[in-house]
Design a protein around this ligand. Sequence first.
Ligand code: ARG
Length: 594
Amino acid sequence: MKPVIDILEERISAAMAAAVGRSDCAAIVRAATDPKFGDYQANGVMALAKKMKTVPRQLAEEVIKNLDVDDICEPPEVAGPGFINLRLKTQLIADKLLEINKDSEHRLGVEQTSQPKTVVVDFSCPNIAKQMHVGHLRSTIIGDCVCRMLEFLGHKVIRQNHIGDWGTQFGMLIAYHRRQIDIAADYATGKVSSFPHVKDLEEFYKKASELYGSDASFAEEARSCVVKLQSGNPVMCSSWERIVDWSRNEIYPIYEKINVILKREDERGESFYKGMLSSVVAELKKKGLAVESDGAVCVFPEGFKNKEGKPLPFIIQKSDGAYLYATTDLAALRYRVDELGVDKILYVTDARQKLHFEMLFASARMAKWVSDDIELSHVMFGSVLGEDGAPLKTRSGENVKLKELLDEAVERAKAVVEEKNPDLDKDKKDEIAKAVGIGAVKYADYSNNRTSDYIFSFDKMLAMDGNTAPYMQYAYARIKSIERKAQTRDVDIEHELAGLKTLNLTEPAELDLAKTLSRYGEAIQAAAADYRPNYLTAYLYELAQKFSGFYTNCPVLDAGSDKRPTRLLLCDLTAKTIKHGLSELLGIEVVEQM
Ligand code: ARG
């Protein structure tokens, strides 16, 4: 089933072309902002009229004369300066819902793309031995949702976790690790009487960097460790592996907790590219794109200037020979194009890295490492702010620990459950609190326009009304409770739905809900095209509200036999759509009761 919006776009564009005798016509069909004006609106006539130097309203009338949409719409109307308003036929909506009802593949009316693409999504990417911060949380969950949407639409997605597991900071970490091992040995043989305990990897990192700053001989040792590590010294490598594994033990439980699909095999950290860095530099030099500047090797991509108007360097090798973040990204990009055969690469990282990615893409294109038809996109996002409007920090000014943040969300969600449903048994309450707490944090992030900053507020995200996870989860649970009630009244929903041949959509609230249900595919497509999960949450919220309007106005179980099957279907499809959106695309659990 092709989305109606696409069919309308095609047909109206063709009618425009026929009306003026030129082929470059775009109907620009959008969902109508106010249902008074119908379901869709074509906005393209105005621009065309300008090009043709004619009166837009007249041109719109002309277009309508050339337009055949009788099978889908009521007669189109011209409105305002030259919009074309379109109202879908009820029969079309009914047919679509009946088709969804019969679909054994449970795609909820969403078509797979006819042009599947291979897409690398580079997301999450925490740094070894450092705490994962809220920025990594955003990358992790936005990236995961983008992957899930693209996969559902039929694309081939390759998840890439470009973790920060290489670089000079490993010198001090390894040096510190070696010292710990020596002390442990001395402790074992009784040479020293106490063993300095390190609480976690974060403390380990802090202590190592303190020592690096204060103890010159340690710093010297750290530098020699880097050199040895880079030349493959087995002792250094084993320390390095130990430290990376230690980090993994913190990262993977978080992925699991927040329901993100990211596995060991998706990990291709910076270290993976270490053997390719010298050839990146050599090749760019050979092409005449990389040159020495103040001892460093730089690319000067076209169009990038500093404040004084001088060309801005993209540094790929420091004067001491060390490679940088940029070098690794160039190597990764080339690898993805050459070895993974991508059509698109998406980088889900915060907006502060905008310039880095612009320069990366420009350099790679100058080197002809990517052909023009390959899309490179920086899917960027803003910061998470505290209630005071400053970047989220703990009261003592430290970075907020992800694990603690999630635990607090679950703890607070318990209060919500307690209030809604005090009689549930404890395990059930815990299960619901987990779904609601984690769901609330994720949903709050998704529902904000990703490019803006947003204020992190437990109170807002856990509110039972508004565009929040608990509201959506409650909407779902409510439909499930109707189904449970049906059982006690011997209403056989499955049987009634299986026998459905026609729908009875006479009430405005029924038709409204039905139309929204029929537009799920459009919402996913729009969200996937712009990599914006908030389009999906906005749709789900609208759906839940339409359901609420319907349920207030239209009794379901008490409806007569002419109405009940249709209404049961509306309930069933609303529940299925909410569940699919939340759990399959956003990775947020639903619960049967709340
Ligand atoms: N590890 C980096 C950070 O924490 C993010 C890496 C993003 N991916 C990339 N290919 N550069 O900022």
